[in-house]
Ligand binder design. Structure first.
Ligand SMILES: Cc1ncc(COP(=O)(O)O)c(C=O)c1O
Length: 454
């Protein structure tokens, strides 16, 4: 014991945990000094608890992945049972649970999306989707949207249209092309022109890049961390038509929008289309174990009936992750979580409509099921954002105050630039939503003070 340790009072458990984490681990997407993470002791339903027994309402389901809520012991039991039988087999061996999970996924996926290639996370689903699209079509270019996120490995980061990739710009992979897709709130040329212009813009990019060079278009099933920037009505159907016309594959990234988050199994089901591949992760195991899946159509899979499929991962179809996923899928059904997401989403919409009247800083609220985002502005007429796109730390002063208040009042959620995300676990109740909206309302009052009085 050094002299300081003798003089100072002993550290609390929370302080010790924080110290060890900060001394020996690195934190994603942030400066390493000056951060103040919550030390989580346990989770139960929609709540997280820290070492001082403070309760936090988890209004972003972790990173929009803990869809069934925290601490569900059915998953623990399923995982333990599988571990007691066999914890690992090579992807060349098979297990009962791997086949059962593949069959279940084929049942919930529409059309001929019947073959599952199991991965480790969202990024590895995306990497394999892109690799397979190029192999299958013999083409090299991939088109995707600015203001999208598909993961942080090199290829997934390149295909993303997220400013998180700008610090590693020099490491971007070749043959990725991004297109801009406006969203209604910030579109100034009439709603009736939004779809037409969006489709025309994409058509031009396809023509410029050469349709015969384009392997796939990759889009999120519903926009997530870029701000829930919803598609113009009818847009995805038009994209599907363009893909059909030019022999381009359509890959939907359902990593965040999948598994009930939008009130349907998959976000694209709100748009009446069927893609050629679906990238999955997050809600597949509700974050209980890291896992992902690339679901492919029979047509694509069929090409590899008599040819080698050049994809592989040591942990593909990991039996314990398969067991967690299979149980989580049963929970979605047994607890009617898709239906609840739709109903509770409408309840949040109603609450938000009231909040909009009360708070001058709420510029826009966008939501599908329980994938929602509040956009704060300094002025409802000019729509000047409370913090700009890719805000620098000194531009986040007001939003940081709002975020600090949210946490102080006992909520964990995702605040980015001028966005506050509302994406609680799908098991949430009306009372818990009321509790959450009251916290957000109180915190947003801070931002209201920065809106000039007219
Ligand atoms: C839409 C989308 N795709 C892919 C990813 C990457 O997933 P992972 O972090 O599991 O690699 C994310 C993560 O937030 C996501 O939101």
């Amino acid at each position: 014991m050094n002299i300081l340790e003798k003089i100072l009072p002993p550290k609390t458990e929370a302080a010790e945990i924080t110290q060890t984490n900060q001394d020996y681990t690195l934190f994603s997407w942030s400066k390493q000094k000056g951060i103040n993470p919550i030390a989580v002791k346990y989770g139960d339903g929609v709540y997280l608890y820290d070492y001082d027994d403070k309760r936090y309402l988890d209004f972003s389901s972790g990173l929009m992945n803990v869809n069934i809520g925290h601490g569900n012991q059915r998953v623990t039991q399923a995982v333990m049972k599988q571990m007691q039988q066999v914890s690992y087999v090579t992807p060349g061996c098979i297990t009962k649970v791997r086949g059962e999970l593949g069959k279940k996924l084929a049942e919930i996926c529409p059309g001929d999306l019947n073959k599952a290639f199991f991965t480790l996370c969202g990024a590895s689903s995306i990497e394999n989707a892109i690799k397979l699209a190029r192999l299958y079509t013999g083409r090299h270019k991939i088109l995707s949207r600015y203001q999208s996120y598909h993961g942080s490995s090199n290829v997934a980061m390149t295909v993303s249209g997220d400013p998180r990739k700008l610090p590693v710009d020099a490491q971007q992979a070749p043959n990725f092309v991004h297109f801009d897709l406006p969203y209604l709130y910030r579109w100034e040329y009439g709603e009736e022109n939004l779809l037409k212009e969006s489709v025309a813009g994409l058509e031009r990019i396809i023509a410029y890049e050469g349709p015969g060079n384009i392997a796939a278009i990759l889009l999120e099933g519903e926009s997530g961390s870029s701000g829930c920037l919803q598609y113009p009505a009818g847009y995805l159907q038009k994209v599907r038509e363009l893909c059909n016309k030019h022999g381009i594959l359509l890959i939907m990234d359902e990593v965040m929008s999948g598994f009930g988050r939008t009130g349907k199994w998959f976000g694209f089901q709100n748009h009446n289309i069927i893609p050629d591949m679906i990238a999955m992760a997050k809600g597949l195991t509700s974050g209980y174990l890291p896992f992902g899946c690339l679901m492919v159509s029979d047509k694509i899979a069929g090409k590899y009936d008599d040819a080698v499929l050049p994809l592989g991962l040591t942990y593909s179809a990991h039996p314990v992750c398969c067991a967690a996923a299979l149980e989580v899928l049963k929970i979605y059904e047994d607890d009617n979580l898709l239906e609840n997401a739709g109903l509770m989403g409408k309840y949040v919409d109603a609450g938000m409509a009231e909040m909009k009247l009360k708070h001058p800083s709420i510029g826009n609220w966008r939501n599908t099921g329980l994938l929602g985002c509040i956009e704060l502005v300094k002025d409802k007429t000019t729509k000047e954002p409370m913090a700009p796109f890719n805000a620098k730390p000194d531009e986040m002063v007001v939003m940081n105050k709002v975020a600090t208040k949210i946490r102080e009042l006992g909520m964990y959620t995702f605040v980015r630039w001028n966005y506050i995300f509302v994406a609680p676990p799908l098991c949430i109740t009306k009372e818990q939503i009321d509790e959450g909206l009251a916290i957000i309302s109180q915190a947003i009052s801070i931002a209201d003070e920065y809106v000039p009085l007219i």
